[in-house]
Design a protein around this ligand. Structure first.
Ligand code: ADP
Length: 142
């Protein structure tokens, strides 16, 4: 196993429900180090750029409108196998299909409003982290 970093976004629904603290507590309890953390209201351009890979999907417009609705919290998480570990802790995309105890099961409403984002590969994590954080804003590991 290798020490990895991944991008975490607490989406507008989670922030609106005031679940930022509860979710960050679960993240730390699971052994992740939070190396960077920022609350931000995404612009349309930033949201569209972040989800550009989904541009052709039929839910793209809905997804972008949701992500710019109100502020999000973006974070860099570090842990052994962080990319898969964070996706496991988040649970399935659709909260109805997510395992018990996962963040999306606990805090997600539906397939669109599912509380959190996590990078899906180490490669994409690097790109996504750089999209939100200059290297100078990511703290050293320890
Ligand atoms: P994940 O976030 O689990 O990696 P995807 O990459 O497939 O899932 O989708 C990105 C995001 O787009 C999801 O987290 C969700 O917010 C939204 N989304 C996915 N599928 C749908 C859908 N059928 N309807 C509305 N929004 C969706």
């Amino acid at each position: 196993m290798a020490l990895e970093r991944t991008l975490c976004i607490l989406k507008p629904d989670a922030v609106e429900k005031k679940k930022v603290g509860a979710i960050l507590a679960k993240i730390e309890d699971a052994g992740f180090a939070i190396l960077a953390l920022r609350r931000v209201k995404l612009s349309m351009d930033v949201a569209e750029g972040f989800y550009a890979v989904h541009r052709e999907r039929k839910f793209f417009g809905e997804l972008v409108q949701f992500m710019i609705r109100s502020p999000v919290v973006v974070a860099v998480l570090e842990k052994e196998s962080a990319v898969s570990a964070w996706r496991t802790l988040m649970g399935a995309t659709d909260p109805a299909e997510a395992d018990g105890g996962t963040i999306r099961k606990l805090f997600g409403a539906n397939k669109g409003e599912n509380a959190t984002h996590g990078s899906d590969s180490v490669e994409n994590a690097k790109t996504e982290i750089a999209y939100f954080f200059p290297a100078s804003e990511v703290s050293p590991s320890a």
